[in-house]
Every structure is written in C-alpha cells, then in structure tokens.
Design a protein around this ligand. Structure first.
Ligand code: AMP
Ligand code: GLY
Length: 422
C-alpha cells in the first residue's frame, strides 16, 4: 500500500523507518517531512494547520492509508475530514482527540469514569482562580486547558508562582491565547513518570513498551520543561503488576467511556502516568505517540507497525496478537542553543554519518538542507538512538553517536536513562 505520513519531527522520522520496514508498504510519502524522512520517501509541502489541505494531498497522491503524527491536525479534525472523503486514516476524530485537546474535558471524563488522576478545579475567571489559590497552598499545578506545545503545565512550588501562572494565562497577557482562557488547577502529585502507549481500534487495544521521558532541559531534572530531552524503553518502573493496573483502571475504562459517549477512540492513546505511592495516576492523555518516546518504543517493537496501525484503523485489532518488544533502546536529544527558549538556528551540522558508523540511529527533528548543507532548524535537532540487549549498551551506543555530531551551541543531557540503570 501507498502510505502518507504527516509530520516533520523525530517521532515521524521514527515512524517512517518502521513503516518502510513493513512488507505491506509499497511506497512511503511524507508531508511536510524533514531531511531524514526525505531519505525514506518523497516529501510534499503541506500546511499541517489545514485539515482540508492534508486530505486533498492524500487524495491527489492516491494514498491508500494516512498516518497522522502530531496532535494539532487531530484536534483540528483532520480524521473527520478524511472520513468525509472516504479516505483511510489512522488517528482519533476531533471529538475523541479532545482527550488531549481539552484538559477541562479530560479531567471531567476521568471523574465520570473513576479513572485515577489528581484532584482539580477548572476556572475561566481570574478572580475565582486567585481565591481558590488562597485556600490551596503550593505545591500545586496550573495548566492551560488547550494545546500549548507541551508548555502549558506549570508545576508551582510556591504560592507566588501559582498566582503568577494563573495571571499569565487568565489575565491580560493571556500567554497561551485561547488555549489558556480556561485553566485547570490541580493537586501536585509526587512520583516517577512513565509514558504508556495503547494502539486502539475503537474497542480493542494493543500496548507498546512503556517508556520514560526526560522533560527538563538540564541533568538531574533541573531547569524548565521541554518537549523531551531523551527517553528509554522498556521502563523498569512499569512492572507487570503496574501494567495490569493501568490496563484495568485506565486504558479499558477510557475506551469504554469514549465508546459509550459516542466517540469510540481509534488511534494512539498515550497515557502519561505518575507512579504515586497510592498507585498509578493519570497526569494527562495525548492523542498521538510521544516525542521522543516513539524513537525508542518503535526501535524495540518486534512486530509490523504498519500492519498494526492499518488493522487498528479498520477496527480489526482482534486479529493482531500483542507483540513483545525486544531488547532496550535509548534516545538522547541534541537541542539548539537557547532551547527551550529562543533558539539560534541555521547552524551548520556535521558528523551524522560518523554517528551512524558507531551503530547509532540518527533521527532528524529540527534540520534543513540549505545550499546543500545540513543545518539546524528548530529546538530539538536530532534524536540519537542506541539499541542493545540491555539498557547500558543502548545508552553507550546512543552517547557514542552524540559525541560524533557537532554543531555550535549543541546541548544534550548526560544523564538519560540513569533512573533505569539504578
Ligand atoms: P502535562 O502537560 O499535563 O503532561 O504536564 C507536563 C509535566 O508537568 C508532566 O509530565 C509532569 O512532570 C508535570 N505535572 C503535570 N501535572 C502534574 C501534577 N498534578 N503533579 C505533579 N507534576 C505534574
Ligand atoms: N514527550 C512527551 C510528549 O510527547 O508529549
């Protein structure tokens, strides 16, 4: 089949690699893609903020099946647009993607179905939010309800920080625009986090390996949150017992609840879990794969990813056996100077093929080709992946690759996977 893959990040480069490996794939095309993806399939420009344009491209290029990588188009209803035209696509409808698109919706949904998560209140009035904070001391978490590129959650360790966060979102500044006009203020949870991925067909699901992300920019989890600076899988934090608990208390009631409400969930259900001392609790839902978690989860997935997504899109996951992952993988993200703040881009890059010679898989995230030269073009530039029979080997390979890649101002964490080793 001819597959169209939408997106341009490290996650999509990883999906492209996995799809290309499938015997079912006769041709891969990408939009908008990146220089790494361009080595696997032809890339087409597309405005991913325009669902109609994406569906038109699928039609024009006669794609048999489209995979949507990022959350934006999903929340904007790209799947509904495809369905209108009878085109086959993998992802949740706009209504189902509200699990990520609206934290106010997802928190209420979890309450309706007794899915364990932090206690919360929702506000759209600044004064009411401030009054609430007077009675609820820090540590506390303030979140923009809508999409905010991973930057909408502020973990406030002091009352002043919490007041500042609600003011920035609900006050005149409205730093997240519409996305922050409703805020969720929730209880601070303590524990380690894991990312769980369920491939869903509306009714049934298949779980991929659990991963652990590293959200802060600096070693030892210091500094501001980022999109993710590295990951590894499988995460030993998620024991078999915890997996069983997450299935029963989170994944199954979520799928049943969505179906019952007339929005059966097809696509990736990404559950961010906090392992608290009272058991696993949901930090958030996402409606797509994680970035950079995908780069490790797919590296160790031992099945045919295209077949898995295709069967899920056709409501036929029952025909697929749960596939064990093989070995361990780690990804170290190399980011531009200034990330996650204002970055410097168009910086020349060298050493990619040297890194590959060390056995690393180099996934492009924010790169471009300018005048025949590879340059940086975003906050997260590369994900350098290592794979092995154990986590230590996987990490050694990833870091030996990182050492080969050079660009001025490059920053990366030195402690990826440390928690998994201990
Ligand atoms: P979110 O955008 O909801 O995934 O939040 C981003 C990050 O903020 C999470 O990965 C956590 O590290 C942190 N976080 C979010 N909610 C909470 C919470 N209730 N308690 C503690 N940390 C949280
Ligand atoms: N790495 C976290 C995310 O993709 O949301």
């Amino acid at each position: 089949m001819k597959v169209l893959l939408i997106g341009s990040g490290g996650r999509e480069h990883a999906i492209a690699l996995a799809v290309k490996k499938s015997p079912l794939c006769t041709e891969l095309i990408c939009a908008p893609g990146n220089p790494g993806m361009a080595t696997l399939g032809k890339c087409f420009p597309v405005n991913i903020a325009n669902p109609k344009e994406i569906a038109e491209l699928a039609k024009k290029e006669n794609a048999d099946f489209t995979i949507i990588g990022p959350e934006g188009p999903l929340v904007d209803g790209v799947v509904d647009e495809f369905k209108k035209h009878g085109l086959l696509v993998f992802g949740p409808t706009g209504a189902a993607a509200q699990l990520e698109g609206s934290k106010a919706f997802s928190k209420e949904f979890m309450k309706r179905y007794n899915i364990p998560t932090a206690a919360y209140e929702t506000f759209s009035d600044l004064q009411k939010a401030k009054d609430y904070l007077k009675e609820h001391a820090a540590p506390i978490v303030v979140k923009a309800s809508g999409l905010a590129a991973g930057k909408g959650a502020v973990v406030c360790m002091s009352d002043a920080e919490a007041l500042n966060a609600v003011e920035e979102m609900l006050g005149e500044k409205a730093i997240f625009g519409e996305s922050g006009k409703t805020v969720v203020i929730e209880e601070f949870m303590e524990g380690e986090e894991a990312s769980i991925f369920a491939v869903c067909d509306g009714k049934d699901y298949v779980l991929l390996a659990a991963a652990q992300d590293h959200k802060r920019i600096f070693d030892e989890d210091k500094g501001p949150n980022t999109g993710g600076m590295g990951a590894y899988a499988p995460a030993p934090l998620v024991t078999e017992e915890m997996f069983a608990c997450i299935k029963k208390e989170v994944v199954e009631p979520t799928l049943q609840g969505m179906a019952k409400e007339g929005n059966p969930y097809t696509g990736i259900l990404f559950v961010g879990i906090m392992a608290t001392k009272n058991g696993p609790k949901v930090v958030e839902y996402n409606c797509r794969l994680g970035d950079p978690e995908t780069q490790v989860v797919l590296e160790i997935y031992d099945g045919d990813l295209l077949e898995l997504f295709y069967k899920a899109a056709n409501g036929k996951l029952k025909e697929i056996a749960e596939t064990e992952s093989k070995g361990y993988a780690a990804v170290v993200v190399m980011a531009s100077e200034g990330y996650p703040g204002k970055i410097k881009d168009s910086v020349p890059v060298s050493g990619v093929s040297e890194a590959e010679k060390k056995g690393a898989v180099v996934l492009h995230a924010g790169t471009k080709i300018q005048n025949g030269e590879l340059q940086t073009a975003g906050g997260r530039v590369f994900g350098v992946v290592g794979k092995g029979n154990d986590l230590k080997t996987a990490l050694d390979i990833a870091y030996s690759g990182v050492k080969e890649i050079k660009f001025t101002g490059a920053q990366y964490r030195r402690d990826i996977g440390k928690k998994g080793l201990s």
